[in-house]
Design a protein around this ligand. Sequence first.
Ligand code: SAM
Length: 333
Amino acid sequence: MAASLRRPSFSACSSSSADPDDEGVRGTCEDASICKRFAVSIGYWHDPYIQHFVRLSKERKAPEINRGYFARVHGVSQLIKAFLQKTECHCQILNLGAGMDTTFWRLKDEDLLPSKYFEVDFPMIVTRKLHSIKYKPFLLQPIIELHSEDTLQIDGHLLDSKRYAIIGADLRDLPDLEEKLKKCNMNPQLPTLLITECVLVYMTPEQSANLLKWAANSFETAMFINYEQVNMDDRFGQIMIENLRRRQCDLAGVETCKSLESQKERLLSNGWETASAVNMMEVYSRLPQAEASRIESLEFLDEMELLEQLMKHYCLCWASKGGSELGLKEITY
Ligand SMILES: C[S@@+](CC[C@H](N)C(=O)[O-])C[C@H]1O[C@@H](n2cnc3c(N)ncnc32)[C@H](O)[C@@H]1O
């Protein structure tokens, strides 16, 4: 089986950095957004915003990669919408390590915005995102529309508006993170959804545990969504690790990505009351039939085994605390 593995491909990071140790990790932002843009360009899902943040890849991405990204975006989005439905949008969302994510604009289009939507990423990534927003009216206009005051605060590493904030911070520096979020009016009393989509694996187990603990202690009513690698002990997992290491990107948290059990255990031992996890093949196989047929007709996939192998190495986890009156504990994929 291992002989038939297509090596996961990763593009290099282009930006220079203040802390060279994090260069490879920041490069994963480019990789994720390029893959998302490519999948969008051939019709996997609708996102008119991503093209404003990243160029279209010259090389075709393999069908199993595109289907993998589809399942990832679909899975995360289903859980976000379940939370918004339970809280009737009277809540806040913190997307941690958001990169070039476009969820804010897509939720606005669907009239599903929370009271406030926050994003955090390294200052260098935020600067890049803010540059695109500042000079592209298609991105800026929706933010201005929701902002009732005269002035909108945008500087190098920060955008703060009534419904949307983008903050440059290191998720490993929790006092600084908290201070910046509070300055942007994060409200600990509101039901809060925290999202880490392919982020925790780049931190050591201790650093991700501290972040999860901080989140559980900071909000009385909260949900956490985490998407990342799983089953990383086998040959396929080793190839992924080696590929990234060659790009100076260390999966420092891979130890926690051993199994669905280890993923749930990390959440439960860091202050979360319920935790669930499914691998992405399960997410894929639970797609509504019409949706599965639609995306499967977009590109021919000759080896179903490749898709299965890839999907079994990623998972979607979610956890909750408090919020029984809202039904947060009943949320499931
Ligand atoms: C693989 S990308 C995913 C981006 C986005 N969540 C998505 O799925 O499209 C990982 C992101 O996490 C960010 N990140 C990783 N470690 C971080 C840290 N310690 N502080 C802030 N951002 C971090 C990276 O800069 C990058 O944008």
